[in-house]
Design a protein around this ligand. Structure first.
Ligand code: ADP
Ligand code: MG
Length: 693
């Protein structure tokens, strides 16, 4: 076999015919390079395999054992398929409820299996739907001390005969004959950051001599991924600095009018972030700032005053919110303040009368309307501005990067500020928002009394309802929230509707109970919200549409049904809906499906009001993809890096990338050629995507 190039097609490998090549390509394995970067999902060696005797319930373990027996069984829930394996220290039951037709042909008595999964106890140690691989005779890790790689193989790969054994053979062939990739980093750099060479890392990640070398290999490959993402951030940040924008230096005639009329003093934190924002807007480099502040910390007034500063410099401001209810609420808050200085302000949402929309569009185009608040409607092509100078996006992680870009595109590189009440853990912030400057409101308005949080079992509900009645008698209001993960989940919706009926007709028959949910038309929703705001409705039953931002200071109780189904960050957001006025707030979490984990999670809510602490817990429990819905938003997918556990590595990679861009902003130095090439190959589109921002 001739020496392989990284850019050679995988079809050159022995055993890879046209059918296998096709299937590999379908798995994004096109070139030798892709194969090398197809990392094992797990490694097995003496230290990572647990003897069955030592298994612990509720923990995940890898086990190696021999098939003793297998077969189908009928149960109350239907047919199941089970395999029993033994490793000489005990028996382990593997169970499948689904896909039986497929799995039942896969096993023979005496097969050696590596299995992995969470250990449960049903008449013995068992794993439901385990990950499993058949091992070969010579995968005798227990005696040789070698490390066996297990690759993520899909059903399609396996049906084409690409089993672990075949995959490893291909990989061995590649590693034997591939030209060692020239390292993208210099020796000095590797030494500085304590990294092994790329060829060593690629060799060891697949066929590690021992666990230590595997660890350093993983470390190096993770570093590369973090490094390129940070490089992207560093380049974005410098490209922003290079594009000129209009500076907005004046305080203008309106700021004091409004700031001096507020019924409260701004907190120190609010003043500090306003100053940071104003300093940014003075520059002729566009601001790119993330304003973070826990629920109730008072971000809205900061947004209003920032807008007023911009308007004072004769430019327009657009504020985008993720839902119509939120946009509407912001609009109310803005109008209230802007009226004091007679600054026109308007709301632009999806369903509006044509004539009304047209007059708004005209006003934005000719500049007569300086401030517009809206939903996605703002990014439609036909929305034009005379001179858009500041863009504010609320809860921006709910929008894709592209949407934010579209709004910015409507101005000549306007100043940009994102706001979020989701306290973003540090590592996540520098990973995903590493190109933004951070302003944090780390102080609550002084008059706030912390919300009391209680986790209750359903049996306690009658007492809770009695308490709610008392609160309402005292003139306050209450929200009841139901989980609705997808707006299309019919059973969830039905549960909320049913509960509303029960509360309205039976439990609070003498009170007005309203209902809002995601399937309602915007108009209907707004009508109900308006009634709630006016206290014409005492209790509002809703699906999670009230999650962010809704501001009803008179609401003192929030009752969250099925609290165990919410993420902690979401619960914290919901809790922030109460206790916004001067009365004490109560958050009642109804715990319906108890497990050790859910008890622990909900207890966190009882013990802390600190959004950052809660976000960290949440991130640990749910993973970053779910945390932001980033998986859907098409951002960078890590192959091996982990942004939760790689904290110090991320910081090092960031330092390395930012230092590099500082000294060589175009990556044109000779020793950066390899880096530039890789970057252009894998990350260029992401740079372009945001260049406009
Ligand atoms: P969030 O940061 O969650 O968006 P808001 O901006 O909605 O919070 O503010 C919550 C409530 O606190 C609002 O009713 C607002 O008027 C009030 N508020 C804001 N700043 C202060 C302050 N400095 N002192 C007292 N109340 C404030
Ligand atoms: Mg808000």
């Amino acid at each position: 076999m001739p020496a392989l190039d990284l850019d050679t097609s995988v079809s050159i490998l022995s055993g890879v015919g046209s059918r296998r090549a096709e299937i590999l390509v379908a798995h994004q394995i096109v070139y030798i390079r892709d194969l090398l970067y197809y990392f094992p999902r797990r490694h097995l060696d003496r230290t990572t395999v647990t003897p069955i005797r030592k298994l612990v319930r509720d923990e995940s373990h890898s086990i190696i054992g021999q098939v003793e027996t297998f077969g189908e069984k009928s149960t109350r829930r239907g047919k199941i398929f089970q395999v029993i394996i033994s490793d000489g220290t005990g028996l382990l039951i593997l169970t499948w409820f689904n896909g039986i037709r497929y799995v039942k042909h896969l096993f023979k008595i005496g097969d050696r299996l590596a299995v992995h999964g969470k250990i449960e106890w049903y008449n013995g140690f068992s794993i439901i739907h385990p990950e499993f691989d058949k091992l070969e005779e010579n995968d005798d890790l227990l005696s040789t001390g070698s490390v066996i790689p297990l690759y993520p193989l899909t059903h399609e790969l396996r049906s084409a005969g690409i089993e672990q054994r075949v995959f490893r053979k291909m990989m061995r062939e590649v590693l034997k004959s591939v030209q060692p990739a020239r390292d993208i980093f210099t020796d000095a750099f590797l030494k500085d950051y304590n990294l092994v060479s790329l060829s060593e890392a690629l060799q060891q990640i697949h066929f590690a001599e021992n666990i230590e070398r595997l660890k350093t290999a993983i470390q190096r490959l993770k570093f590369d991924e973090h490094f390129f993402l940070q490089l992207l951030m560093a380049l974005r940040k410098t490209s922003l600095k290079q594009t000129a924008t209009r500076s907005l230096p004046d305080i203008g005639p309106y700021f004091r009018t409004i700031a001096d009329s507020l019924p409260f003093d701004l907190t120190k934190a609010q003043k500090k972030v306003l100053k940071e924002i104003h300093e940014d807007m003075k520059k002729n480099v566009a601001m790119n700032r993330l304003l973070q502040g826990d629920v109730g910390s008072g971000k809205t007034i900061v947004a209003i005053l920032s807008s007023v500063l911009a308007v004072g410099n004769n430019v327009q401001v657009a504020i985008m919110a993720p839902t119509e209810i939120l946009a509407n609420q912001h609009y109310q808050s803005f109008v209230k303040e802007l009226n004091k200085a007679k600054i026109p302000c308007t709301l632009l949402v999806g369903n509006m009368k044509k004539s009304k929309r047209q007059s708004i569009l005209d006003g934005l185009k000719n500049g007569k309307i300086p401030v517009v608040i809206g939903t996605h409607a703002l990014i439609q092509e036909y929305v034009e501005f005379k001179e858009l100078g500041l863009v504010i996006v609320d809860e921006q992680h709910r929008f894709g990067v592209l949407q934010r870009g579209k709004l910015l595109d409507k101005g000549l590189n306007p100043h940009f500020m994102a706001m979020t009440a989701t306290p973003i853990p540090r590592t996540l912030a520098i990973t995903y928002m590493g190109d933004m400057d951070l302003s944090i409101i780390d102080e609550m308005p002084a008059n706030r009394i912390p919300v009391v949080t209680k986790v209750v079992k359903p049996a306690r509900l009658p007492k809770v309802y009695a308490f709610i009645k008392d609160e309402i008698k005292a003139g306050r209001q209450c929200m009841v929230v139901f989980p609705l993960v997808e707006e299309s989940e019919k059973t969830d919706l039905a549960a909320a509707v049913e509960n509303h009926r029960e509360l309205n007709e039976k439990i609070f028959y003498d009170l007005d109970v309203g209902l809002v949910h995601g399937r309602m038309k915007g108009k209907e929703k707004n009508a109900v919200m308006a009634k709630f705001e006016l206290n014409e409705i005492s209790i509002l039953v809703s699906t999670t549409v009230v999650e962010v931002g809704v501001d009803i200071p008179n609401a003192t109780v929030i009752l969250v049904e099925h609290a165990d189904r919410f993420g902690l960050t979401q619960l914290h957001q919901l809790r922030g809906r109460v206790g916004r006025g001067s009365d004490k707030g109560y958050c009642i979490l109804v715990h319906r499906h108890e497990s050790d984990k859910s008890r622990l999670r909900l207890a966190t809510m009882e013990t802390t009001n600190d959004g950052f602490q809660i976000a960290d817990e949440d991130l640990k429990l749910r993973g970053p993809g779910d945390f932001f819905g980033l998986r859907q938003s098409g951002f960078i997918q890590y192959k091996i890096a982990n942004m939760i556990t790689d904290g110090s590595l991320i910081r090092q990679a960031r330092k390395a990338a930012f230092t590099m861009v500082e000294t060589d902003p175009d990556l044109c130095h000779d020793q950066h050629a390899g880096i530039r090439e890789r970057f252009q190959l894998d990350y260029r589109d992401k740079l372009d995507m945001v260049k406009i921002t």
